[in-house]
Design a protein around this ligand. Sequence first.
Ligand code: DC
Length: 195
Amino acid sequence: MPFIIAIDGPAASGKGTIARALARHFGFHHLDTGLLYRATGALGGDAVAAARGLSPADLQGEGLRSAEAGQAASRIAAIPEVRAALVEFQHRFAAQEPGAVLDGRDIGTVICPDAAVKLYVVASDEVRAERRAAELGADPAEMLAQLRERDLRDSQRATAPLRPADDAVVLDTSRLSIDEAVARAIAEVARVRGG
Ligand code: DC
């Protein structure tokens, strides 16, 4: 049985950085599931058809990390048929030995409810806006408004909304360096694995 680590949380909380570091540390596969929604949104046209026809090459598309691509992703992610079309890819990815780390919004609640470790990564709105602004070279106030709009949409949609699984461990990275946040995540996984 592969060891599955589910990492969820709002935009720019640090979950992607933590997911990548955990995968490297434990030798697991890593999937940034936000990319699936970003690539679907970027294809344009009918979002359901785009999600159904998504290919791995689409995930390499230019500009997928932009704030605009994030907003478009958040909008099409509210469509239940889009989410349904992306489930199988995520399940297949999670089934790889020796283990997989998936990060997103609904990994611990919907995609991998039986994950061995579930982390819900949070940070204050201001810290997240500063981080995203530095990453994209954008205005922090503008980023703050965009993040809040996106989080509201992601957490209030009817299908697979952003929320911690009941058995998730909450990790607040507001006052932690990247190394500290990663160390805590590694410690949690090690605790569950028993070493
Ligand atoms: O993690 P991200 O910022 O790349 O995600 C972009 C958008 O995709 C996010 O605002 C909502 C959607 N998303 C989702 O609904 N479910 C996921 N598992 C991952 C992302």
